[in-house]
Every structure is written in structure tokens, then in C-alpha cells.
Design a protein around this ligand. Structure first.
Ligand code: ADE
Length: 223
């Protein structure tokens, strides 16, 4: 998968994809992330990409022209499966959307700033608007990083143990069960004995029961 990102703050996106599973996804050739500075398509030599909003009111709006030129430039090189705009008034991001997006070849992600982008860009170019939650960030970059991380780790082939993404919380509308590692006894706090039993069937049943109990208690809305 290739992901292009349009941003006025590309520096914010330098680190999130350079470590751990995101790094592995890229090393394996399964993910490419390219960040494009919107100011390349600025309307003047001062790098202007935003302007006052019509009708008055505080806050700048990202202009049509730089965004349209950036998108069209990128579209001339490849066809995008989705053109995504990160915005708090978008569709709430969840595992189901991540699963769907992880199967695509090319995604374009637009990060907004200030009051957002001119509505006409949303109408004429954007195909999917995503919010990562009901709070307002100062820009779309961190939200884009969240979405790309969630997508990147489940691209087929990225995780070594293919089943490990399948047992994540949310993959089956259940929270994940508790996990333990060595030692079996730490300060007298013991690992549940069933996990030491060596009986895979019993262990699977126990994990399922724990997941159901945890979901009922913490997230009854998921059931
Ligand atoms: N940009 C600013 N806040 C955001 C949010 N909550 N989700 C996605 N993009 C955003």
C-alpha cells in the first residue's frame, strides 16, 4: 500500500512511521508513506495556503487552489482508492474502517489546520472524512498518524504472527483478555493457573470467557 499525505507540517509526520511495526511494514515493502508539503502549491512566494473566511469570523481557512493543485498533481501519478480528509466532523474511526482501508493500494490523506479546508475541496475531491474522536486537535497530522498506524499494522503480511491482529481488541467486538508473562509468581501475585496448564482448549475457553466478562463490564455498548 502507498499512502500520500498532504500537510503544512510534514515534520510532525517524520517519526510516527519510523519505528516498530510501521518501520517493519515499510522495510518489508508492504507500506510506503510519502508526505507532501502543501506550500509547494502555495498561491504566492510567501507560501500562502490559507485566507480569511467569507462571512467573517475568527480563524483562517485552507484555500482551494493549493489543495486542488496538490491533489491533482498526485492524482496524475496514480489513482486513489480513497481521498481522506481528517476532520473532527468526519465519520468516527474504528477497527472496521481500519480493516477496510488496509486492503487498498493507494490512499491520499489531507491534514487540515486552522478552521479547516474550503468546503468545495470536500465536495469535489474528498471521498471519506474521518474523525478519531470527539475532541479537536490543532491539526490533522496526529489524527492521520493514528489512522495510518491502525491500518499499517493489519496490512496482510505485516505482522509476523498473522493471527495476532485477529485477537486484538475490537476485531470481534470483544475487548482482549488479560495477558501475563514470566515470572509465574511476582511478589506473591500469581498468574492464573489455567494458563500454565498446557491445555490449549481450556486456555482458549478461559480467554474467551475473560474477554466476554471484560467487555460486559467495560464496554457493554460493544455487545
Ligand atoms: N483534526 C482536528 N481534530 C481532529 C479529530 N478529532 N479527528 C480527525 N482530525 C482532526
Amino acid at each position: 500500500m502507498r499512502i500520500d499525505i498532504i500537510s503544512v507540517l510534514p515534520e510532525l509526520l517524520e517519526s510516527p512511521f519510523s519505528h516498530s511495526i510501521m518501520k517493519r511494514a515499510q522495510t518489508k515493502g508492504l507500506l510506503e508513506v510519502h508526505v507532501h508539503q502543501l506550500r509547494q502549491w502555495a498561491v504566492n512566494e510567501y507560501g500562502q495556503v490559507d485566507d480569511y473566511q467569507y462571512g467573517g469570523g475568527a480563524g483562517m481557512v485552507m484555500m482551494c487552489e493549493p489543495l486542488a493543485k496538490a491533489i491533482e498533481h498526485l492524482q496524475s501519478e496514480r489513482k486513489y482508492d480513497e481521498i481522506i480528509y481528517m476532520t473532527p466532523d468526519g465519520k468516527r474511526f474504528d477497527q472496521q474502517i481500519a480493516n477496510r482501508l488496509s486492503l487498498y493500494e493507494n490512499l491520499l490523506v489531507i491534514c487540515g489546520h486552522y478552521k479547516g479546508i474550503d468546503e468545495r475541496i470536500r465536495q469535489h475531491f474528498v471521498t471519506l472524512e474521518i474523525s478519531i474522536g470527539d475532541y479537536v486537535l490543532s491539526g490533522g497530522e496526529l489524527a492521520a498518524a493514528v489512522v495510518i498506524d491502525a491500518i499499517g499494522r493489519i496490512i496482510p503480511g505485516v505482522l509476523n504472527d498473522e493471527t495476532s491482529a485477529l485477537t486484538d481488541s475490537f476485531q470481534d467486538n470483544l475487548l482482549a483478555p488479560p495477558v501475563y508473562t514470566r515470572p509465574a509468581n511476582f511478589r506473591g501475585w500469581e498468574v492464573p493457573s489455567i494458563l500454565l496448564s498446557g491445555d490449549p482448549k481450556k486456555i482458549e475457553q478461559w480467554r474467551y470467557e475473560q474477554a466476554v466478562a471484560r467487555t460486559t463490564e467495560r464496554r457493554p455498548d460493544l455487545e
